[in-house]
Write a protein that binds this ligand. Structure first.
Ligand code: HEC
Length: 252
């Protein structure tokens, strides 16, 4: 009898944490089209980042001239991406006073250098979260900024890309997940912006691609070096085998 009670108790202990994890993950994330080999996409993403995000956020661990990695020359970087008389070797700092931002938005805009790595969850990668988040802003008059977001409810950030996307509103709809259907409210385009829905998705894809690159600028060269090292070790096999045969030949 006591054994039974103990095993039931253990079972409950084992199950409770998994319920807790499941409960927070109700948001379905869309797959971000990340491709670090697509330099054009990375360049477009960098331009969007500098124009639309850097006024509030910083990327304090990233220098502008590192963008040479994605195929830009120092002159191109200076002419197109560095504002306010900055230098090409500067860090991507923002101009906003942190204390003021807290007063205006109720929260401080976090540094975005490694944001694509910090938001990974069971529901998807950090890139998927960002790709979904930047496409799910909607109009909400009850919020101080006039904007809300289904991926990050009651977020303090206004919709920075609204001119491009246009304005969405919440509409009742159906969502299917894990074999059941639930009625949910989802953002639907009410007033178009400068871009079509498809173009907007592409632009956000570029931006997220850039954010992923910025989280680890050396990722590409790291992989290349990894392959070279593996290749080298592979070539070493016959040599080492020959050595072994040579060393043991007198003993056998
Ligand atoms: C007008 C200022 C402003 C602009 C412009 C802006 N943001 Fe924000 N952002 C904020 C604030 C404030 C927060 C904090 C919100 C909160 O915690 O409620 C935030 C939060 C975020 C977060 C969530 C961070 C986290 O994990 O909690 C992400 C991601 C983000 N911003 C990305 C962007 C991107 C990408 C852009 C450019 C397209 C951008 N932001 C432009 C003000 C801004």
């Amino acid at each position: 009898m006591t054994r039974k009670i103990i095993s039931v108790a253990l079972l409950v202990c084992a199950l409770v944490p998994s319920f807790a994890v499941g409960a927070g993950d109700h948001v379905k994330l869309d797959r971000a089209p990340v491709n670090l080999n697509n330099t054009e996409s990375l360049q477009r993403g960098a331009a969007l980042f500098v124009n639309y995000c850097l006024n509030c956020h910083s990327a304090n661990y990233m220098r502008y001239n590192r963008l040479q990695d994605i195929g830009l020359s120092n002159k191109e970087i200076l002419d197109n991406l560095v504002f306010s008389g900055g230098k090409v070797g500067d860090l991507m700092k923002n101009t906003m006073d942190a204390g003021e931002a807290k007063v205006w938005f109720g929260a401080q805009p976090p540094d975005l250098t490694v944001i694509a790595r910090s938001r990974a969850s069971e529901a998807g990668s950090g890139a998927d979260w960002l790709y979904t988040y930047l496409r799910t802003f909607y109009r909400d008059a009850s919020r101080p900024t006039g904007w809300n977001n289904t991926t990050f409810p009651n977020v303090g950030m206004p919709h920075a890309l609204w001119e491009l996307q246009g304005e969405q509103v919440l509409k009742a709809g159906q969502m299917q997940a894990d074999g059941y259907t639930a009625s949910v409210e989802k953002p639907v385009l009410a007033k178009p912006g400068k871009l079509s829905a498809l173009e907007y998705d592409r632009a956000v894809g570029d931006l997220v691609n850039y954010l992923v690159y910025m989280g680890e600028p050396a990722a590409k060269s790291r992989k290349t070096i990894g392959l070279i090292v593996m290749g080298f070790l592979f070539l070493l096999i016959p040599l080492i085998y020959a050595l072994k045969v040579n060393f043991w030949k007198d003993i056998h």
